[in-house]
Design a protein around this ligand. Structure first.
Ligand code: GDP
Length: 442
């Protein structure tokens, strides 16, 4: 086991200076390492306190919640220390508290950086009070949380901040094994027009070299090359180091855990296993959705059954109301011939299901002469005309030519989008078939 650099995430309320601080730290880093080149944004960078020292800090440079939560969502907690930036002129705000909650939930220690101390008329005492009121136990008040007063804009006390981070890291005694198989976390992935698929990995265990084979979820790579945050090629990446890797066949998402395997066959086997597991997960999820849908259907049919009973009762009343008169059907039962056309099987079935109860009733008859899915046809109109019936459509449009034909033939086409309205109309139509009510026995 060997000591490794601490991984730091900078968090805090919007506009409190996270980006400015990251930029300032990144610039310090470039100057310190004397590359002087353009820094690359690769999702993380290594900061050196002094050129000669081994005291390196790795900053995740996607500020705020996004990095933290996408990592956490995949169960990869890479952050060792959170630097909580609080603007001196604003104090503790909503996202300061959220950041604090994130850090506490993940059991990650925080260091508070009160920023913008270059501003005139700031009230440091009040900012500190707001920190205390939020449950942050600052060292100067007997707690264990370090506080640094900085100006990210002017580059004030950034050295001090790095010292605090290193002191915290020392207490945490962060160690990793640089000799074992590589374990890493993907910080960022992108496709570069010139270099193809790239991922920034943060190495957690082992040392990554060219030619190594990596797998993460459904992604895999044979490492063709590695670059540090200055875009400089590196031969080896050790624990705590962020490195941009090329050689990916498919890209891994941010937060994906990555492991090294011995050969391509092993990589493919692992990916197969992963895809089987994912399939199984998907099947389980689909099953859940199906169960929920079935539950909804059950509720729908129960509701429908209730309506059927109610309708049956009302139709019985209609029949009783008209029974003293001569009936319009052969056996003395009112009868209505209908054609049903619907948008999908389900809706046609639901209507038929209800209609069936009247067809079997000896008090009234609904006779379905045709039914089906799709628009009303010429044949439907002719049938309805022959039987003096009505065409009910559910959730479909009838072509103009058919509407004119129906008008010519004196056939009613009634369209509904709400099933209960359609049933209510059926009752009305049946009622119309009955003679005038003289005897009011309802
Ligand atoms: P973020 O939303 O937390 O990333 O905040 P930014 O880094 O974008 O900073 C928000 C504003 O505060 C910008 O206009 C910065 O220039 C300004 N700012 C950041 N740090 C300091 C500072 O130390 N002093 C002063 N005076 N302004 C700062």
């Amino acid at each position: 086991m060997a000591a490794r650099p601490p991984i730091v995430t900078i968090m805090g309320h919007v506009d409190h200076g996270k980006t400015t601080l990251l930029d300032a730290l990144r610039k310090t880093n470039v100057v310190a390492q004397e590359f002087g080149g353009i820094t690359q944004h690769i999702g993380a960078f290594s900061g050196c306190k002094k050129i000669t020292s081994n005291n390196v800090i790795t900053f995740l440079d996607t500020p705020g919640h996004a990095a933290f939560s996408s990592m956490r969502a995949r169960g990869a907690m890479v952050t060792d220390i959170v630097v909580l930036v609080v603007a001196a002129d604003d104090g503790v705000m909503k996202q300061t508290l959220e950041s604090l909650r994130f850090a506490r939930d993940a059991n990650v220690p925080i260091i508070v950086a009160i920023n913008k101390i270059d501003k005139p008329n700031i009230d440091l005492a009040s900012t500190k009070r707001s920190l205390l009121n939020s449950g942050i136990q600052l060292e100067e008040f007997g707690g264990d949380v370090q506080l640094v007063l900085i100006s990210a804009l002017k580059g004030l006390n950034l050295d001090k901040l790095q010292e605090c981070i290193l002191a915290q890291a020392e207490m945490m005694d962060l160690k990793a094994d640089p000799t074992c198989h590589v374990q890493a976390v993907c910080i960022e992935s992108r496709t570069d027009p010139g270099r193809g698929k790239l991922s920034t990995l943060l190495i957690q265990q082992g040392s990554l070299k060219r030619g190594d084979i990596l797998v993460g979820g459904s992604a895999w790579a044979k490492v063709r090359g590695m670059f540090n945050d200055q875009g400089k090629p590196v031969e080896k990446a050790e624990p705590g180091q962020p490195v941009e890797v090329i050689g990916w066949r498919t890209l891994a998402p941010a937060g994906q855990n990555i492991i090294q395997v011995d050969c391509e066959q092993d990589a493919k086997k692992l990916i197969e296993k992963y895809s089987e597991e994912e399939n199984e997960k998907k099947i389980n999820m689909d099953n859940e959705v199906i169960q929920k849908k079935m539950e909804l259907h059950r509720e729908f049919y129960n509701e429908l059954r209730k309506k059927k009973l109610e309708l049956g009762r009302r139709m019985g009343s209609i029949y009783r109301a008209g029974r003293s008169k001569e009936s319009q059907t052969d056996n003395g039962v009112p009868k209505l011939d209908i054609i049903i056309k619907g948008d999908v099987d389900g809706s046609v079935e639901a209507i038929l299901d209800v209609v069936e109860t009247y067809s079997c009733s000896d008090q009234c008859k609904l006779n379905v002469i045709n039914y089906g899915v799709g628009a009303v046809t010429e044949n439907d109109v002719q049938m309805a005309q022959m039987f003096d019936g009505i065409i009910y459509t559910f959730n479909i449009e009838t072509p103009d030519s058919i509407l004119s034909l129906a008008k010519e033939q004196g056939v009613k086409i009634l369209n509904y989008n709400i099933i209960y309205r359609l049933f209510a109309d059926l009752i009305k139509q049946l009622n119309n078939k009955l003679p005038e009510i003289e005897d009011e026995e309802v």
